[in-house]
Design a protein around this ligand. Structure first.
Ligand code: ATP
Ligand code: MG
Length: 284
């Protein structure tokens, strides 16, 4: 559904690349996570794929169409949710969606239905300019699905949302996947990625490090940890110890002998820990 090969992008048109030699494929109906810290090149890649930035070097085929050639059919088949609020502040939420729906030549969703899905029905007749940040973000998300996209590009769809709203967005993404939508999800939220993505790509400094399913990554790079909670000198303390590290095993024996252990749980490595292990970088 999406095939990208050897994609490069330089904002300065020199060999200072924001994205370098990025290649990946996304299958129909797959949720593909693009994960990396701030400045890694996630949004740049998405912007090239949706035609907001020119394709300078490399190749990208979306739904069988070479994006260099572009086409109306391609625009009709993709939905894009940006980090920035690309809606009209003077129009109401409903007017915005009605306006954007008219830009497509394909059957669109009922704007009110989509507003309801994201919990904005009560604010439908309020100007977008009076929306809170989280409301605007939901409106942008609603806008991105107005044309019933076959391929959906989502840039940080849950950033800054409260957990309840984030979970509503997550459920909508999940149900669209069930309907066969192909989803390219950009995020630095490892929990969302772990829950939703069939496969993830780790990107740092413009380059991909690894592409695999969260499960395979855990099997391959995850090590078992034990979380030990104990009381020492009357104070609650806790430590994460790796079962494969000799030093940590020694520490565990020490704790068992000296401290008053409250609980001990084994934990699988999280996707975030694996990210740090593979890329050597934090996800900020
Ligand atoms: N319009 C621009 N002009 C010049 N450089 C840019 C521009 N947009 C992004 N960059 C640079 O390109 C690199 C990649 O930025 P990008 O926005 O793709 O990162 P990101 O992974 O989306 O980060 P974030 O998680 O903060 O959204 C960064 O070094 C950034 O400073
Ligand atoms: Mg970004």
């Amino acid at each position: 559904m999406i095939r990208v090969s050897h994609l490069y992008h330089s904002y300065t048109n020199d060999d200072n690349y924001a994205v370098k030699d990025v290649s990946f494929e996304v299958e129909r109906g797959e949720i593909f996570g693009f994960l990396g810290p701030s400045g890694a090149g996630k949004s740049t890649t998405q912007k090239v794929l949706i035609g907001l930035l020119p394709l300078q070097q490399g190749e990208a085929i979306i739904n069988g169409v070479d994006i260099r050639k572009g086409s109306g059919a391609l625009l009709n088949s993709i939905g894009v949710s940006f980090e920035q609020a690309n809606v009209y502040k003077k129009l109401t939420g409903l007017e915005n969606l009605e306006f954007f729906a008219r830009m497509f030549d394909v059957p669109t969703e009922d704007p009110m239905k989509v507003l309801k899905m994201v919990g904005l029905e009560d604010a439908a007749h309020q100007r977008a300019g009076s929306y809170s940040r989280g409301m605007l973000q939901r409106l942008v998300f609603a806008r991105s699905m107005i044309n019933k996209p076959k391929i959906w590009f989502l840039d940080e769809p849950t950033a800054g949302l409260d957990p309840g709203t984030a979970s509503v967005i997550k459920d909508i993404i999940w149900s669209k996947k069930q309907e066969g939508t192909t989803i390219f999800l950009t995020t630095h939220n490892m929990f969302i990625a772990d829950e939703l993505c069939d496969r993830v790509a780790f990107i740092t400094d413009g380059a991909l490090n690894v592409i695999d399913s969260p499960r395979n990554l855990k099997l391959k790079y995850g090590q078992k940890f034990v979380r030990v909670e104990y009381i020492e000198n009357g104070q609650d303390r806790s430590e994460m110890l790796s079962l494969t590290s000799n030093e940590d095993r020694k520490r565990l024996a020490e704790l068992s002998a000296s401290a008053q252990i409250e609980t001990m749980h084994t934990q699988e490595a999280t996707l975030e820990q694996i990210f740090i292990r593979i890329t050597g970088k934090e996800l900020r």
